[in-house]
Design a protein around this ligand. Structure first.
Ligand SMILES: [Fe+2]
Length: 207
């Protein structure tokens, strides 16, 4: 039995239409994410990582092979991505997270602009993130490939990712072609802030 498994999408593949189209969601989940899971299982087999949880692997990813880093990141990042999307999203942050965003960025529109800038500025494949730093404050960053802020890499910002936007072409090319900016604008229509708030609370409990 495989150690890691592809999680089911918490909604139908066409549920995020017209913002995220059915064909993209199907291929993205069933082929791309599945490939990360399959390749991660192969990469950890017989290694020390075989006995670790996904989060433990990500937090100490520098100890493992490039295949574990790429495919472990791919599994972690896509799992988070599906969880923060919804066909019936809460449209804006509330509570403590809303306060933190206002304190850091001034307002939600500025945060959205910062994430769009990070996503557009990521050359080639990668992710844009909102993450929680060790002091409990939030920040925006971008990472290449399947890296994320939880990884113990020498370069890059550190913390718990609570919102991630996939800017690999496989996430948007069928519907948006080369227009990554349009995809990043559409993302807000399916982002569920209730899920991001839950991840924020979980992150605070770990720091
Ligand atoms: Fe992806």
């Amino acid at each position: 039995m495989s150690k890691f498994n592809l999680p089911a999408l918490p909604y139908a593949t066409d549920a995020l239409e017209p913002h995220f189209d059915k064909e993209t969601m199907t291929i993205h989940h069933q082929r791309h994410h599945q490939a990360y899971v399959t390749n991660l299982n192969n990469a950890v087999e017989g290694s020390e990582a075989e006995n670790k949880s996904l989060e433990e692997i990500i937090r100490e990813v520098s100890k493992y092979s490039k295949a574990v880093r790429n495919n472990g990141g791919g599994h972690y990042n896509h799992t988070l991505f599906w969880e923060i999307l919804s066909p019936t999203p809460q449209g804006s942050p509330t509570g403590k997270l809303a306060e933190q965003i206002t304190a850091t960025f001034g307002d939600i529109d500025t945060l959205k602009a910062e994430i769009k800038k990070a996503g557009l500025g990521q050359f080639g494949s990668g992710w844009a993130w909102l993450y929680v730093k060790a002091d409990g404050t939030v920040a925006v960053t971008a990472t290449p490939n399947q890296d994320n802020p939880l990884m113990d890499l020498e370069s890059g910002d550190k913390g718990f990712p609570i919102l991630g936007v996939d800017v690999w072409e496989h996430a948007y090319y069928l519907k948006y072609q080369n227009k990554r900016a349009d995809y990043l604008d559409a993302f807000w229509s399916v982002l569920d802030w209730a899920s991001v708030e839950k991840k924020y609370e979980e992150a605070l409990a770990k720091i």
